[in-house]
Write a protein that binds this ligand. Structure first.
Ligand code: AMP
Ligand code: ZN
Length: 492
């Protein structure tokens, strides 16, 4: 598999450090608010990367942190702690805030069919590891103390040879880039504009998420947390580190500086960065007030998997502009795939005839091309185009009644294989029992929507049941009953 490495600025053949296994870390959300669908796009792309590696036979150890302390208003370490600010606003403890939004995030990724990470560590539970890394850096004289409002232990970036390699800029250039790009006001006593805090001193009013240490009472910086937790669980030198493109100039640049200064060896082999989602050609961001959450989409009648499929329309290293029209179009397309799979399932289960070698070859070729595109830096849009051309060819055969049961089975096996990377739950639609459980799932979802007085969504689910599955609903005093349209049987 080829993957684009930000560090070398080219596509490289992936080779793991240990045969057969991949250690992969992704910077998780700062759990002070709902993740927006832009954030979620990033986690979907990372999920596709993980699935593609697993499809190639690797055992992947996947760690995603949940940042619950230390992420300040600006990524460049100025302003207030995002979680502290939210806890004051909502009049809840910081722990309550982070627990609530962590749960929401985990719920979102589950709905999006993102494979559950092996671990989701929180910095507040790793203070000893973080402090021991800080001590190592201090021992090697990378740190200095700054007093005053933004006081803390700071990392002297001029001491790290090759600082900023990820950005492609040299040290001098980065100094001005950081100042002008992020309009960062540096506290007094800072030696270089790029220097950052690994430990911030707490003001005496802080009661929560502060710890005593030999450096003074305080809390860790955001960058040191990821260095400490990724190395703890994946080793001091590991394979893949992911994040959004915004992490390149500061967060990941600083992670490299800390980790490599502490260990004296290379930190990560492949740096993989996901491009932004936009709205009206502007980055989706809470500060621009242009965000949607997954819940917002669902309230408007859209589905999590429909959104997942929507993000597949554009390569992960390209900007993706969000519109509801495009989302709806993607959802219709996905429904079309599900409807196609049901027809194929019917032939596989009830059809006859013997396999057609010509059709078999068509399926094999499509499979090969699909996975070739995936292996080319996860080119999902191209892979999907291959899949759609297979759907077109197969649909012609289906319509002409020319598909044998064996061919249909082969087709289903190919789609199951595609889905191991796409994660769109194709299997649910490709067997009778799967279809029945999908129907029951949708009925339950409609009931939930009705109870929540989301009638528009309830109606949309009803329409979907009719169009995709040929299922009609009847609301009776005893509850909802369903039957197949055209079937003479009594409602089930
Ligand atoms: P945060 O909670 O701000 O640390 O962001 C969580 C993840 O989402 C990070 O990997 C960010 O780089 C990424 N991210 C932030 N904004 C966007 C966006 N508009 N589109 C895609 N990813 C984003
Ligand atoms: Zn991180």
């Amino acid at each position: 598999m080829q993957i684009y490495n930000t560090l070398t600025r080219k596509k490289e053949k992936f080779a793991p450090l240990q045969k057969g296994s991949v250690h992969m870390y992704a910077c998780g959300p700062t759990v002070y608010f709902y993740a927006h669908i832009g954030n979620l796009r990033t986690y979907i792309s990372q999920d596709v990367l993980r699935r593609a590696l697993e499809h190639e036979g690797y055992k992947v150890k996947h760690v995603v942190n949940l940042t619950d302390v230390g992420h300040l208003a600006s990524d460049a370490d100025t302003g207030d702690d995002k979680i502290r600010t939210e806890s004051e606003k909502e009049r809840k403890s910081m722990r309550e805030i982070t627990d609530f939004y962590s749960k929401k995030f985990i719920g979102d990724i589950r709905e999006l069919n993102i494979l559950s990470p092996d671990m989701m560590p929180k910095p507040s539970e790793h203070i000893a590891d973080i402090l021991s890394l800080i001590k190592k850096l201090d021992g090697k004289r990378y740190l200095y103390k700054v007093g005053g409002d933004a006081g803390g232990m700071y990392y002297d970036t001029s001491r790290f040879k090759g600082y900023g390699a990820l950005t492609g800029m040299n040290f001098e250039k980065l100094q001005t880039a950081i100042i002008s790009g992020y309009r960062v006001e540096r506290p007094e006593g800072i030696r270089n504009p790029t220097d950052f805090a690994v430990w911030r001193f707490a003001d005496p009013s802080m009661k929560e998420f502060v710890w005593d240490s030999e450096y003074g009472r305080g809390f860790p910086g955001w960058h040191i947390e990821c260095s400490a937790m990724s190395m703890k669980y994946l080793g001091e030198h590991f394979d893949i580190h992911c994040g959004g493109v915004d992490h390149i100039p500061i967060h990941h640049t600083n992670e490299i500086a800390q980790s490599e200064a502490a260990t004296g060896e290379k930190f990560v082999n492949y740096w993989v960065h996901m491009e932004f989602m936009q709205v009206d050609r502007r980055k989706m961001s809470k500060s621009f007030r242009n965000i949607y959450t997954l819940e917002d989409l669902e309230k408007k009648g859209h589905s999590a998997l429909g959104y997942r499929y929507f993000t597949f329309g554009v390569h992960y290293r390209k900007l993706l502009n969000f519109t509801f029209e495009k989302l709806k179009k993607s959802e219709d397309e996905l429904s079309g795939i599900y409807a196609f799979l049901q027809k194929v399932a019917e032939v596989a289960e009830q059809g006859s005839g013997s396999a057609d070698p010509e059709f078999g070859k068509l399926v094999d070729d499509a499979k090969q091309e699909f996975f070739k595109a995936i292996a080319d830096d996860l080119n999902v849009p191209v892979a999907l185009a291959k899949m759609h051309s297979l759907i077109n060819d197969s649909s012609t055969r289906l319509a002409a009644g020319k598909m044998a049961a064996e061919d249909a089975k082969k087709l289903i096996a190919a789609f199951t294989d595609f889905d191991s990377v796409l994660g769109l739950e194709f299997a649910k639609y490709a067997s009778r029992s799967g279809i029945d459980s999908a129907i029951e799932g949708l009925i339950a979802e409609r009931e939930k929507a009705r109870k929540g007085r989301e009638f528009k969504r309830a109606d949309e689910i009803r329409t979907r049941l009719l169009h995709e599955f040929g299922i009609a609903l009847e609301d009776t005093p005893k509850g909802v009953r369903w039957y197949r349209v055209g079937s003479k049987k009594a409602p089930a």
